[in-house]
Structure formats: structure tokens, C-alpha cells
Design a protein around this ligand. Structure first.
Ligand code: THU
Length: 136
């Protein structure tokens, strides 16, 4: 991925973060995925008064990608609300892996410009994927 695309992804993740609905945790997260067709789809966390129904930013971004016809993730950015990097939760790692090969980049970014890039394979080794469903 070229650095311009990476910058655009980071910017859109932070734009979405500003719209996060996080009145319960006060922890606003943004995410942006680059889909296999080159489009960027952003999302934010959407909390609920019924706490367990809250949705992470990554899930919103992935759902938006799927609704627009995207079939795969080329890269994903997670925009933290603080100076600390925000790594995806376990459930979101699984949701990312559904649409990403092991080597796909997961990029964490803070407001102050710290960036850390790893692969989804590092975050979720031995992921359970559709190929594991062949023994039904
Ligand atoms: N959250 C995300 O949206 N993404 C993450 O990677 C970590 C956590 C949200 C869930 C909840 O709305 C809030 O942050 C606090 O956990």
C-alpha cells in the first residue's frame, strides 16, 4: 500500500471516530478498511444503553465494506482516542480474519501520530476460517 493511501485511511478512521456513539464508556474509536476494490470504508463504535449490544468500530467499518460490495480487506486502521495505541479486541480480530489473509496489515494510530503496523496473522495466529468448515 502506498503511503498516500495509508494516510487517507488514517484520516478517514479519525473522521469516523469523531462520530462515535460512546456515551457509556467515553472511549471513542474509529476504524477504516481498504477493500479489495480499492475503496475506503470507515466506521466508529456504536454503544447501547443495553451494554452488551454495543458494536466496535472495526465491526461497523467491515459491515459498511460488505454492504458496498467489498469482498476482502487489504488493510485496516484503528484510530485510538488517546495517546495509547488501541489494538482490536479478540472478537474484532476474528471479524477482520474473515475478510483478510494472514499477511494483511492492521495499523494502529494515535491522535499524536504514533503508528504501529502488524499483520492480522500476528494478532490472531491459527485463525479459524471458512476453510476449516470443510469437515462438516
Ligand atoms: N472498542 C472498539 O470500538 N474497538 C476496539 O478495538 C476496542 C474497543 C470500543 C468498544 C466500546 O464501545 C469501547 O471501545 C470501550 O470498550
Amino acid at each position: 500500500m502506498d503511503s498516500q493511501k495509508k494516510q487517507a485511511l488514517i484520516e478517514q478512521a479519525f473522521n469516523a471516530q469523531a462520530n462515535a456513539h460512546a456515551p457509556y464508556s467515553g472511549f471513542q474509536v474509529g476504524a477504516a478498511v481498504l477493500s479489495d476494490n480499492g475503496q475506503i470504508h470507515a466506521g466508529c463504535n456504536v454503544e447501547n444503553a443495553a451494554y452488551p449490544l454495543g458494536q466496535c468500530a472495526e465491526a461497523t467499518a467491515i459491515g459498511t465494506m460488505v454492504a458496498a460490495g467489498g469482498k476482502g480487506i487489504k488493510a485496516i486502521v484503528i484510530a485510538s482516542p488517546s495517546d495509547e495505541l488501541c489494538f482490536p479486541c479478540g472478537g474484532c480480530r476474528q471479524k477482520i480474519a474473515e475478510f483478510a489473509h494472514d499477511d494483511v496489515a492492521v495499523i494502529m494510530a494515535t491522535r499524536t501520530g504514533t503508528i504501529k503496523q502488524v499483520s492480522i496473522g500476528e494478532l490472531l495466529p491459527y485463525a479459524f476460517r471458512n476453510t476449516d468448515l470443510t469437515h462438516r
